[in-house]
Design a protein around this ligand. Sequence first.
Ligand SMILES: CC(C)(COP(=O)(O)OP(=O)(O)OC[C@H]1O[C@@H](n2cnc3c(N)ncnc32)[C@H](O)[C@@H]1OP(=O)(O)O)[C@@H](O)C(=O)NCCC(=O)NCCS
Length: 269
Amino acid sequence: MASDGEPSVFPIVIRIHMTNFNSKMQIAEDEIHVWVVAIQASESQCATLGRYLDPQETETASRIPHLQKQSSFVVAHGVLRCLIARYLTCHPSALKFVSSPQGKPQLAFPERMQFNMTRSGPWAAFAFSSNCTVGVDLEEVRALPELPNIIRRVLCAEEATQLMLLPEPDRERGFICCWTRKEAYSKAIGLGLLTAFDDFCVAAHPDQPARMNSIGKDASLAAAWTIDDLPVPAGYAGALAYPGPRRRYSFNQITDLNEIMPVPKHQAF
Ligand SMILES: CC(C)(COP(=O)(O)OP(=O)(O)OC[C@H]1O[C@@H](n2cnc3c(N)ncnc32)[C@H](O)[C@@H]1OP(=O)(O)O)[C@@H](O)C(=O)NCCC(=O)NCCS
């Protein structure tokens, strides 16, 4: 159950059809839009997306030593710009971002949109709202050495108990799923890993619906938040968090970057 008492399935209410490449996309006040995008790009796609970045993003990318990671950064930031540009009807390179003191990027110009993004391997996920802060996290389910120690160290006692009751083969998926629920919240409030992760408690069982159970031992604060698992590619876990009751969702998965990149006017049809 989510914080509003509704069952926590991911209700897909809208699909955005990307047939008209340069068409405007709209997000209503009671909606959250989520995009999961395959960010493996050809050289020319990477070069095109790279041209949309600002000098600071380009400089950050140039400092990433691993070429594939550098490309993931460039493509994810280019895709973020393409998506926001489609909502705001502007060119991807016209967008300006600022970061909060804790590092959460926000739109500086134009200001009227909230977003958050996450990357894991060949995938990136983006969440958008017109009016409320959002946090999104995506992680690959993978082997984690000394998992029981990690569970006890980073989770609150209730979460740790739930996960340690899982059969050992299910524990990695359980932990990653629980972690994405928590990290999505930490990113929604903008603190990221500076959040005291043992001071709030989510439903930890991976087969039970996501929800916030308590914040600072206070269940009433928890009721002010919605957390949902995302339908993500096999082998991954993903979650979304935002304040207030559950909203309507649009979920889109994109495996062909050409569906997102703007087409020059003379080529559009
Ligand atoms: C945000 C954070 C949780 C990311 O964790 P991660 O699992 O490695 O990365 P994800 O792929 O899920 O998310 C990364 C994206 O989150 C966003 N982000 C960065 N800081 C954020 C914050 N404080 N809150 C919310 N989102 C943040 C960015 O868009 C970032 O993308 P980028 O790295 O391509 O610029 C982690 O880096 C963090 O806690 N940073 C902030 C704390 C900090 O060290 N601040 C120092 C002062 S700047």
